[in-house]
Ligand binder design. Structure first.
Ligand code: XIL
Length: 325
């Protein structure tokens, strides 16, 4: 959700009807909450949290540390670039603790750290936090979140995927998850963003699926729970008519969800938006032919698309979870 959507009554009616769990796209990120030095702004996050409370929705928190240089507030980078590491550690612990405590029991699951692994190398990204504090940045964030929001699930969230080009990313995430366990860092689950592409024919699917299962099997063997945190299926390079594109998006989405739902450790399925018009991908990765993308279950006119039916079918066909009544 985005605060901009709150004024769109049709949109919010759709969210109300379709979702049991909601997540703010940006409103709890450092670049919003800590946009200005020495003050925390919880107003946008509270607006969405209030909506969730009023409508009886569970709320996920996203994210206490989006560990990429481009998303760290500029004033923070400027102030701490040459400061002693201990000063930055104090800021981070204070920030994470205050934010986790502010939202408190309203949030049942937090993406504590987001995208700290460099997909090109599998190492930790080159960010101010990682440069100055190394792995301790992550340890501090998870420890502070656990201390100040002990009721919540604490998640490491990233976008490693089943694509062949994602092998180093997957290996890096596995290494990180192993280290969390080895050093008893309190991490409960892996958030698998699941921004997938609809390109490629279905015959390549089984190879991708085999590689991916190898990764997920190792993650669950370490005792992590799984979440799909940001599902969408991009038709960036899919040709043909709108209905061909929609069918391809639905088919790939269904295959992906069937595979993911076969893991009983999977707890949540969140889409990154419901209506194509609001999808972040329209700006982030537009189609070469300039036509609007169709990556979400509802079209710009709020009509259900084949992806909506594919999600419903995948959920209906899924093995039951232990937590299901
Ligand atoms: C995106 C939002 O959807 C956009 O509105 C914003 O401009 C940039 O961030 N992975 C994440 C999300 O973890 O936080 C990103 O959200 C999408 C990719």
């Amino acid at each position: 959700m985005l605060t901009g959507m709150l004024a769109d009554r049709r949109m919010m009616a759709l969210v109300d009807r379709e979702c049991a769990v909601v997540v703010p796209e940006n409103e709890m990120k450092q670049y919003v909450v800590a946009a200005h030095a020495d003050t925390l702004d919880f107003v946008p996050g509270d607006a969405l949290a209030d909506w969730a409370t009023r409508h009886g929705k569970k709320l996920r928190g996203h994210t206490l540390l989006w560990n990429r240089a481009e998303y760290i507030p500029r004033w923070l980078s400027e102030r701490y670039a040459d400061a002693p590491a201990a000063a930055l550690a104090t800021w981070l612990t204070g920030y994470v603790g205050a934010t986790a405590a502010h939202f408190g029991a309203r949030i049942h699951s937090w993406d504590v750290v987001n995208e700290t692994v460099d997909p090109a190398t599998g190492a930790l990204r080159d960010t101010m936090f990682n440069r100055k504090l190394g792995f301790d940045a992550l340890r501090l964030a998870f420890t502070a979140a656990r201390e100040r929001a002990p009721h919540a699930q604490h998640v490491y969230n990233d976008y490693m995927s089943w694509d062949a080009g994602s092998a180093k990313h997957r290996a890096g995430v596995l290494k990180l998850l192993e280290r969390f366990r080895a050093e008893a860092v309190p991490v409960d689950a892996l958030g698998i963003q699941s921004h997938i592409g609809a390109e490629g024919d279905m015959t390549t699917m089984s190879e991708r699926e085999r590689e991916w299962r190898g990764f997920v099997d190792l993650v669950v063997a370490m005792g992590y729970r799984l979440l799909i945190t940001e599902f969408d299926v991009s038709d960036h390079s899919v040709g043909g008519t709108v209905s061909t594109r929609d069918a391809q998006v639905a088919a790939v989405g269904k295959a992906y969800l069937d595979m993911m739902l076969s893991y009983r450790q999977l707890e949540h399925l969140l889409c990154w938006g419901l209506v194509d018009r609001y999808s972040w991908l329209q700006n982030f990765s537009p189609r070469p032919d300039q036509q609007p993308l169709r990556p979400l279950p509802y079209d710009a006119g709020y009509g259900a698309k084949p992806l909506r039916a594919a999600i419903a079918e995948a959920l209906k066909g899924a093995p039951r979870r232990a937590s299901q009544s």
